[in-house]
Design a protein around this ligand. Structure first.
Ligand SMILES: *Cc1c(COP(=O)(O)O)cnc(C)c1O
Length: 367
């Protein structure tokens, strides 16, 4: 491909200037929530929008003890016409169902998920300032609420959807992160739950995250659990690399082996990469090969992606006593182009990707 193939497309607005991070991730909650309950005899009761409030909980609630809990994370962005649009909500709804099946939980109907998102976004849209760097993050969660400590799937569940304001990452030149390769702990094992979003997915990674911070790094790179060889993910995000030069240049990401979370951003980035004229491939990459390919010049960019932080460039890798930069350590051209293309799609600036956006009526900003 040519260099120009990764320039933002005609018609795209120029990248937004860096906005100060006014809302740290997961801290500024909105005023409402949607709730619904499920019982083995009655199925789903109607979902309701209500003011956000603490929950009453029996101390023997299954979800608290045995982790029968799944969640999702999706965002609503301000569109050019001022309304809010939720990004790929059906895909999140279906992944929520898949996560629930893996933990022997009831599936929330896709229609209920979408209505909950609409109701919550409409109720709290007025809190989202007119700033394209900010968005409304929706957090659906499904948990076993039955008070019983028997080792069997619960017979009562609760669905909740809450929301918070977040943003600050559509900066023109994002700061690259440094990563620390976890050599003796794993995130996900074959046959386990690494390919769903369940409550236990992040806490086992915190000690490695603390080790990474001690080494002066921002994030952890997870290797596969079986061979401790292949790069799988960065923290709670999927990873991409730009490999090859000239006509052989391609955007690659680790294949879905069952231990990688099938990110909706990962899927979007692949689609956007192809639209930018890049070849794309699912290819394994070992940490050793990552180092070699950076030194030989065959690997020129690395980035991570997810709903929370968008596209984040990886600048420096620490692996044991070894340490290397990806190219010059700055954000690469493909990374920046993909990042802008993703922002454009999320904000409804890419007309033929309009099917990725669910516009929520009644959310236009009233000044
Ligand atoms: C949620 C998540 C991702 C990213 O998924 P998106 O659908 O892109 O937000 C990647 N890895 C892990 C472990 C996750 O939990």
């Amino acid at each position: 491909m040519t260099e120009s193939a990764v320039e933002p497309e005609a018609g795209h607005a120029p990248p937004q200037p860096a906005a100060p991070t006014r809302f740290a991730f997961g801290e500024t909650f909105t005023g409402h929530m949607v709730t619904a309950a499920w019982t083995v005899d009655g199925g789903w009761e109607p979902d309701t929008l209500r003011p956000r409030a603490p929950l009453a909980m029996d101390p023997a609630m299954v979800g608290l003890h045995y982790g029968q809990v799944v969640f999702e994370g999706l965002k609503a962005h301000r569109q050019a016409d001022g309304t809010l649009g939720v990004f790929r909500p059906e895909d999140h709804a279906r992944r929520f169902q898949r996560s629930a099946r893996r933990l022997a939980m009831p599936e929330l109907p896709v229609g209920t998920f979408l209505r909950a998102a609409d109701d919550l976004v409409r109720a709290d849209a007025g809190l989202l300032p007119d700033d394209p760097a900010l968005s409304l993050y929706l957090r659906p969660v499904l948990y076993a609420s039955e008070p019983v400590l028997a080792l069997r799937p619960a017979r009562e569940y609760r669905f909740l959807m809450i929301a918070f304001l977040t943003g600050g990452f559509f900066a023109d030149r994002p700061d690259p992160v440094s990563v620390w390769v976890a050599r003796d702990q794993s995130r996900a094992a074959p046959g386990g739950t690494g390919d769903i979003k369940c409550a236990g997915n992040y806490a086992p990674g915190y000690p490695a995250q603390q080790r990474a911070a001690l080494a002066g790094c921002h994030q952890v790179i997870w290797l596969d659990a079986a061979e401790r060889h292949w790069v799988e993910e960065m923290g709670g995000m999927n990873v991409f690399f730009v490999r090859g030069t000239g006509a052989r240049r391609r955007l690659v990401t680790p294949p879905r082996t069952g231990t990688i979370l099938p990110g909706i951003t990962r899927d979007s980035v692949f689609a956007l990469g192809r639209r930018l004229g890049l070849d794309t491939a699912e290819e394994r990459l070992s940490a050793d090969e990552w180092r070699r390919a950076c030194r030989s010049g065959d690997l020129t960019e690395a980035f991570a992606c997810g709903t929370g932080a968008g596209v984040t460039p990886i600048g420096t890798v620490h692996d044991g006593d070894d340490r290397w930069d990806v190219a010059d350590g700055g954000p690469g051209r493909v990374t920046l182009a993909v990042r802008e293309a993703l922002a454009a799609a999320q904000q409804g600036r890419t007309p033929h990707l309009a099917h990725w956006i669910r516009r929520v009526p009644g959310t236009a900003r009233t000044h």
